[in-house]
Design a protein around this ligand. Structure first.
Ligand code: ADP
Ligand code: MG
Length: 391
């Protein structure tokens, strides 16, 4: 069994991915480019990755028969998101390669486990307490009271969902009840100087590839835009972020692509959370790098070495396109993407038929071309935003 699980896959093979949204779709494109075939496992018939994969198993994640079919049809499985039940991964892990491991996913998919794990590893995290009952709220003493704070459900939150900002005990109780008393973390709301992330890849042979530090801007809990430029942070800050990210991956004995989200608050760096997969903020790598984060996901999944990160465009900006753009001036209409075409402007749409407020429909990467500064790229992105919203 051990030797089978340590197997290095010879190309071409069938590779599986749990979850078939935009991240799964980019994985599928990367895998197919390298000659592999892809089996997408996603209960959604309209899955963006399912539409382009060789096979789409359209069943719930706990359907054992369907999971057996997945096992029979591929040699290795990865995941596009952390909310796949850890039990599903454990079930697959018995017979086929699963990277990252169910253990890593089970930590990353539960904020309580994740925060406790980070703390145990000596990684700086913001103040938090676990709220799992009304008593745990009553038991908060004045020393642990952390208002204003954010109550976050331990599981299934994403894009700021499953979070409520609270200012006092009554609001905390109300928020906890609103979440049907499901276990939560309650975190001190930090005064943020800025947010960063790092995307890395770690191979079976523990070889790392690290992408440049990414600076992230969120709106209402959803990533709005990310920028990459050589002066995004001081050298000391970058090296500390890299050290922390590598330590987390080593502690998890991680194989695959991982993103670490950081907060900088009053000049102190904290880890916010980890994503056991490629990350929205790493999308710049599709257009700015020779090998993107999804190429590395494929390479580490098949047991190969990640490719050295080569950034062709050291300055870039990635703008998320949310469904909100389809609802301009009180009407529903298609955005006029043809109006923003130009050199260095890369539009990616995810083939989602139904635009909804807050739904990620695509992104645009604006590359800093020869002689263009970061300021030029920011100005271009603002112009693009204006054109899309005005027309
Ligand atoms: P998600 O899983 O939705 O990405 P996060 O915990 O990363 O959840 O929260 C989303 C965003 O909300 C963060 O990127 C940040 O902008 C804001 N946020 C979350 N926690 C805090 C905090 N403790 N203090 C200040 N801002 C926060
Ligand atoms: Mg986050």
């Amino acid at each position: 069994m051990q030797s089978k699980l340590n197997k290095i896959i010879n190309t071409p093979e069938f590779l599986g991915i749990l979850g078939g949204g935009q991240l799964g779709r980019f994985f599928t494109i990367a895998a197919q480019k390298m000659g592999h075939s892809v089996v997408v496992f996603d209960p959604d018939k309209q899955s963006p990755a399912g539409k382009i994969a060789e096979k789409h198993i359209c069943k719930p994640y706990n359907d054992l028969k369907a999971l057996d079919e997945l096992k029979a049809s591929c040699s290795a499985v990865t995941t596009e998101f952390e909310n796949v039940p850890a039990e599903t991964l454990k079930y697959l892990e018995k017979d086929i390669i699963v990277r990252p491991s169910s253990k890593a996913i089970s930590i990353a998919q539960n904020r309580i486990k994740e925060k406790d794990f980070l703390k145990e590893c000596g990684i700086p995290v913001g103040s938090y307490v676990v709220i799992d009952s009304i008593e745990s709220i009553n038991n908060l003493d004045s020393k642990t009271l952390i208002y204003p704070g954010i109550l976050k459900t331990a599981q299934f939150g994403y894009d700021g969902k499953g979070q409520i900002h609270v200012n006092n005990k009554t609001e905390l109780e109300d928020a906890f009840k609103h979440f049907n008393s499901t276990p939560c973390t309650f975190e001190l709301k930090l005064d943020l100087d800025c947010e960063f992330s790092i995307v890395l890849s770690r191979s079976v042979n523990e070889v790392f590839v690290l992408y440049p530090l990414i600076r992230n801007n969120h709106e209402a809990g959803i990533l709005d835009y990310s920028s990459i430029h050589p002066n995004s942070a001081s050298i000391d800050l970058k090296s500390l972020a890299i050290k922390l990210a590598k330590r987390i991956a080593n502690e998890l004995n991680y194989v695959g692509v991982m993103a670490v989200e950081f907060f900088l608050s009053n000049d102190t760096l904290f880890v916010n959370e980890i994503a056991p997969r490629p990350h929205n903020s790493g999308h710049f790598s599709i257009d700015a790098c020779v090998y993107n984060q999804f190429d590395q996901q494929v390479l580490t999944l098949v047991g190969g070495e990640p490719q050295k990160e080569v950034t062709k465009f050291p300055i870039s900006l990635m703008l998320n396109i949310l469904g909100d753009l389809w609802f301009r001036n009180g009407k529903q209409m298609e955005p006029k993407f043809n109006m923003i075409a130009g050199p260095g402007i890369n539009l990616h749409l995810y083939d989602k038929k139904e635009p909804r407020i807050g739904r990620k429909m695509g992104h645009i990467t604006i590359l800093g071309l020869e002689n263009e500064s970061q300021k030029d790229v920011v100005e271009k992105s603002e112009a693009i935003r204006k054109i899309l919203w005005k027309n």
